[in-house]
Design a protein around this ligand. Structure first.
Ligand SMILES: Nc1ncnc2c1ncn2[C@@H]1O[C@H](COP(=O)(O)OP(=O)(O)OP(=O)(O)O)[C@@H](O)[C@H]1O
Ligand SMILES: [Mg+2]
Length: 458
């Protein structure tokens, strides 16, 4: 069922029930009020007549004269009195032809209960039992409450009208307002439909009013911002990667093309092959890094997750780095070691964690004259901090925010080789392990990278 219809039905039903309750109770109270009123009036009349009739030698003509001259809002008044034998001893009627035939059971009932209210035709009547020392009478006072019933009829019509129009207005109003309320949803859906990967720059119109729809539109717009950012990043990455891949390939093909143009000496061929070999190695390394990048992207699904002892990963570093470049040295410094081994464990992927730390350590060696990195490990408050320090060329302050972007290399690195992928790969891996990397550097003095990882969880 459409939401608009659901809101309309809910709203309409609530108002319908409220109206029903209000109109119903107003009518009920008016109805009982009128009945009580007529019972009281008829009873009073019956009591006074019974008292007068009970007096010895009371002249009934006088009573009839009183009855006929009594002004009452009630119509067709009738009065009858019966003695204890059930014989009619007095009768009066506004209309002389109007006689009441009262069931004997009612008289009996009145004698038992004292007072009985009943209807006879369109009239209402009260049978009242009067006893005193001289007489035992049942007086029946009946009348037609024309004004009261008319008023009640009028009230019923007014209530019925209010109830019906109120309900119709509630349903129609509910339908109209729910339509207005839900209109922004349609607008948002239409806006979203027009957004695709090609025009991600488009945004949802969020409106002027500060309401939930505006909040929804703004949240969706923020999501679109993030999507656009990551699309752009991906696009830049692909462009850079293709450029990096095509450079050595172009170099290889042009070198081979030139050497094939004519016969050359063996020495010359060796030199070309040497150069091509270097380009191929470069390509191989780049492909390897790109593969690692793909592995560290996305989520942890498909990765082998296990408890990793960070101190063991660090202990293996000096040998690994030295194997990659014999000039590079790593000095380890483990201060403030915890007594509990669990504080040194990180849940994650050993290869990726070791790759991330190695990239930063390799940078420290690569970008310092002494090719030396100092690696420190610290644990505190359930967190592991790995600090990598060097006394190298440092990074200018203005460049610090770019160095984690893929393919970004600082100009001063000059002839030092690299793709500009090491740090962004390291950051991806650390993020994957719910950690963070910070950097501080002074150009000409050195750089300090800090990797903070949550211990014992993933
Ligand atoms: N310890 C450091 N000292 C000085 N500059 C650094 C240091 N670490 C990183 N950089 C700068 O940050 C840039 C990005 O580093 P990153 O490791 O991502 O790339 P790279 O080392 O150039 O290449 P590779 O992909 O081979 O690691 C480097 O080019 C370098 O300019
Ligand atoms: Mg590097």
């Amino acid at each position: 069922m459409p939401v608009r219809l659901r809101i309309t039905l809910l709203f309409g039903s609530i108002v319908f029930l409220i109206l029903l309750l209000v109109c119903g109770s107003v009518y009920y109270f008016s109805y009982t009020e009128r009945t009580n009123d007529i019972i009281l009036r008829l009873t009073n009349r019956a009591i006074t007549r019974a008292r007068l009739l009970g007096q010895p030698n009371f002249d009934q003509h006088v009573l009839r004269a009183i009855d006929s001259s009594t002004m009452m809002a009630l119509k067709d008044k009738t009065l009858q009195a019966y003695n204890y034998l059930g014989q009619k001893v007095y009768t009066y009627s506004d209309e002389p032809s109007d006689t009441l035939t009262v069931d004997k059971r009612i008289l009996e009932d009145a004698r038992v209960k004292g007072r009985v209210y009943f209807r006879i035709g369109k009239k209402e009547a009260v049978a009242y039992h009067h006893t005193d020392r001289v007489s035992r009478l049942v007086v029946i006072a009946a009348a037609y409450d024309e004004t009261g019933l008319e008023k009640l009829q009028q009230l019923r019509n007014i209530l019925l009208f209010s109830f019906l129009t109120g309900s119709i207005i509630a349903f129609a109003g509910g339908y109209f307002f729910s339509g207005r309320l839900l209109r922004p949803i349609k607008q948002i859906a239409d806006d979203i439909n027009e957004i695709s990967a090609q025009n991600l720059a488009r945004r949802i119109h969020s409106g002027e009013v500060h309401d939930e729809w505006q909040y929804l539109s703004e949240t969706l717009n923020q999501l679109l911002n993030r999507l656009q950012e990551s699309f752009d990043m991906q696009r830049r990455f692909i462009a850079n990667a293709s450029h990096e891949l095509s450079t050595p390939l172009t170099s290889i093909s042009s070198q081979l093309e030139v050497s094939l143009q004519k016969d050359r000496e063996a020495e010359r061929y060796r030199a070309v092959m040497q150069s091509v070999y270097q380009d191929v190695r470069h390509l191989g390394k780049l492909t390897q890094t790109l593969l690692e990048f793909a592995q560290a992207s996305g989520n942890t699904g498909g990765l082998e997750i296990q408890p990793v002892r960070i101190d063991e990963v660090l202990l293996a570093l000096p040998a690994e780095v030295n194997k990659l470049d014999p000039d590079y040295t790593v000095a380890l410094s483990f201060g403030n070691m915890p007594s509990d081994d669990n504080a040194l464990i990180v849940f994650g992927n050993t290869e990726l964690l070791s790759l991330a730390i190695r990239n930063i350590v390799m940078n420290a060696c690569k970008y310092s004259d002494d090719h030396k990195a100092i690696v420190m490990l610290d644990t505190a408050d359930g967190r592991l901090t790995i600090a990598v320090e060097d006394k190298g060329i440092g990074i200018p302050h203005s460049e610090l925010r770019y160095i984690f972007q893929p393919f970004y290399r600082v100009n001063h690195t000059g002839s030092t080789g690299g793709f500009g992928l090491g740090l962004s790969l390291a950051r991806r891996i650390i993020k994957l392990h719910k950690g963070e990397i910070t950097v501080s550097s002074r150009p000409g003095e050195g750089t300090l990278f800090r990797i903070i990882l949550p211990a014992g969880q993933f």
